[in-house]
Design a protein. Structure first.
Length: 236
């Protein structure tokens, strides 16, 4: 799929191998997720963002130079709660200036493995429904997105249902493009996410594993990365 990019960076692959281990401590897990996010962000933003001359300044020696900023300038980082929070700081640190951070709360219902929305703080959004996989696809007149480009972050794309729901919510909000960063995906999951909006979303992932088990966990995967990041058992 043209909108899927799987990293071949050797440092990322080595760090992902370390992250898979059951012996990784909380500190190591958080650090590895952040470091992998940084590598993915560097690769993704090299094509998703463009430099532009924005003014003039002087060096400490008094020599003038052209200042450079990025376009589009109205970005937003959108983590999927909770595990997406582990990627936010790394993405923000890559960008030249701080950007707004909006949150989407989605969890998988245990039996159906379908996503349920429990939190959404996108400005100007309309509260349609708390259940998926049938989110609205038409943009409401009052839905004027505050961002042109949304950087959607979630460490794992397992079944792809949550990623698909988040992409549709952001599209419904009115963004023009989405760049999604994930540490790991399953084959079926990344295909589902990529097909949610083929012309508007790009997915950048560290690696792709073959399948999910009956609980919707990637095999061999990373385990429950939310539980690992926060030492707290979540809803799924």
């Amino acid at each position: 799929m043209a909108n899927v990019h799987i990293s071949s960076h050797p440092c990322l692959q080595a760090k992902l191998s370390q992250l898979r281990s059951h012996t990784a401590t909380l500190r190591e897990t958080k650090g590895l997720v952040s470091e992998i996010t940084t590598i993915l962000g560097v690769e993704a933003f090299a094509t998703a963002l463009q430099p532009k001359v924005s003014g003039r300044d002087q060096t400490p020696l008094g020599i003038e130079y052209d200042t450079v900023s990025i376009t589009p300038s109205n970005l937003a980082i959108v983590p999927i709660l909770r595990s997406g929070l582990g990627m936010v700081e790394a993405v923000n640190d890559l960008l030249p200036t701080p950007v707004p951070i909006y949150h989407l709360g989605l969890f998988r219902e245990r039996v159906s493995l379908q996503p349920v929305e429990y939190y959404n703080n996108l400005p100007f959004h309309t509260d349609h429904s708390t259940a998926f996989p049938n989110p609205p696809t038409t943009t409401q007149p009052e839905n004027k997105a505050a961002a042109t480009l949304a950087i959607l972050v979630d460490p794992v794309i397992a079944t792809g249902a949550t990623a698909e729901a988040a992409i549709r919510l952001l599209r419904d909000w009115g963004v023009q493009r989405i760049v999604m960063l994930s540490v790991l995906a399953s084959e079926a999951g990344i295909a589902r996410a990529a097909n949610a909006w083929p012309e508007g979303v790009e997915l950048w992932v560290g690696a792709v594993d073959g399948r999910c088990d009956e609980r919707g966990m990637i095999v061999p995967g990373l385990g429950d990365i939310g539980d690992r990041l926060f030492i707290a058992i979540g809803k799924s």
